[in-house]
Write a protein that binds this ligand. Structure first.
Ligand code: C2E
Ligand code: MG
Ligand code: MG
Ligand code: MG
Length: 282
């Protein structure tokens, strides 16, 4: 009986594996097709100065417009893209789309930085810095216009190689930001040695900050910590005026969140910016 059970177990097990590997294989095929057929779209979300309310940058956030399933959020495909290595192609696509936008905006007199999210696999790619240099040159934009957002866990996956890549990218002139700060396991001693310019406090601490004294304390300590290390501090996930006011009180430098704007198609940005400016002076 035990042998029979084991046998059935093994059959079941291999069927499950088959099914899930088939699913990821077809997802990979679909992602490749999506890239060929231009079904990915660049969305951007503004980052504003907490003091002046001026828009200083945008974060590039990718969306997938699937012909049958409609819009798919990154959480649904970025993890697969990372597992399969497809992320390298996707990151290059995002960088190219961001660089093209940056060029268009500069021609229209709009000078704002663009932040691009980078994954572990990208950091392990020795050719990434050269590839980025090529993309920027092709689009005639400077590295100084870009900030790369990297999570602590992406860096800690292979700290030695990550450090090498980050040094190269920073030496090219790109800024570096630690994304989702506070949710990973990196040591401060290690982060201090990286050429980082910005800390981005994870939205889980910011979202209901006005109702939660513990989160307020965490955010305050993180702002102080970042400033003591000479870094700019950004908070993500600002959904109401109370949180924005609180962040101003705590000395946070920049804010990003639905209260300011939800992510929008990159093409809508110039018009949004005009409206934002006229609302500030009104
Ligand atoms: P992230 O880099 O931490 O980006 C912030 C996420 O929080 C975005 O979700 C944004 O839409 C969302 N968000 C911003 N403000 C608010 C707010 O006020 N309230 C709430 N509830 N959420 C807010 P999104 O666009 O779904 O992206 C999720 C994650 O997917 C990103 O987290 C990032 O890690 C990843 N991602 C997105 N685009 C890319 C990409 O081009 N490349 C890579 N490697 N990862 C990406
Ligand atoms: Mg980010
Ligand atoms: Mg984040
Ligand atoms: Mg996040």
């Amino acid at each position: 009986y035990a042998a029979k059970l084991a046998k059935n177990g093994a059959v079941l097990y291999s069927q499950t594996i088959d099914k899930s590997s088939q699913q990821s294989l077809s997802l990979l095929t679909e992602m490749r097709t999506a890239l060929e057929q231009n079904h990915f779209q660049l969305y951007v979300q503004p980052k504003v100065s907490v003091i002046s309310n001026e828009v200083v940058a945008v974060e590039a956030l990718v969306r997938w417009f699937h012909p049958e399933k409609g819009m798919i959020f990154p959480d649904q495909f970025i993890p697969f893209a990372e597992q399969t290595g497809f992320i390298r192609q996707l990151t290059r696509w995002v960088m190219n789309a961001a660089a093209a936008c940056c060029q268009q905006w500069q021609n229209a007199g709009i000078n704002i930085k663009i932040s691009v999210n980078i994954s572990t696999r990208d950091l392990l790619d020795q050719e990434l810095p050269e590839k980025f240099a090529e993309i920027l040159q092709k689009n005639q934009v400077l590295p100084e216009c870009f900030c790369l957002e990297i999570t602590e866990s992406a860096i800690m996956d292979d700290p030695v190689r990550a450090h090498l890549t980050l040094d190269k990218l920073h030496a090219m002139g790109m800024e570096l930001s630690i994304d989702d700060f506070g949710t990973g396991y990196s040591s401060l001693a290690y982060l201090k040695r990286l050429p980082v310019d910005e800390l981005k406090i994870d939205k889980s601490f910011v979202l209901k900050m006005e109702q939660d004294i513990d989160n307020t304390k965490i955010v305050k300590s993180t702002i102080d910590l970042g400033h003591n290390m000479g870094l700019r501090v950004v908070a993500e996930g600002i959904e109401n005026a109370e949180v924005l006011a609180l962040l101003k009180e705590l000395g946070c430098d920049q804010a990003q969140g639905y209260f300011i704007s939800k992510p929008m198609p990159a093409g809508n940005m110039p018009a949004w910016l005009e409206r934002w400016k006229s609302n500030q002076t009104a």
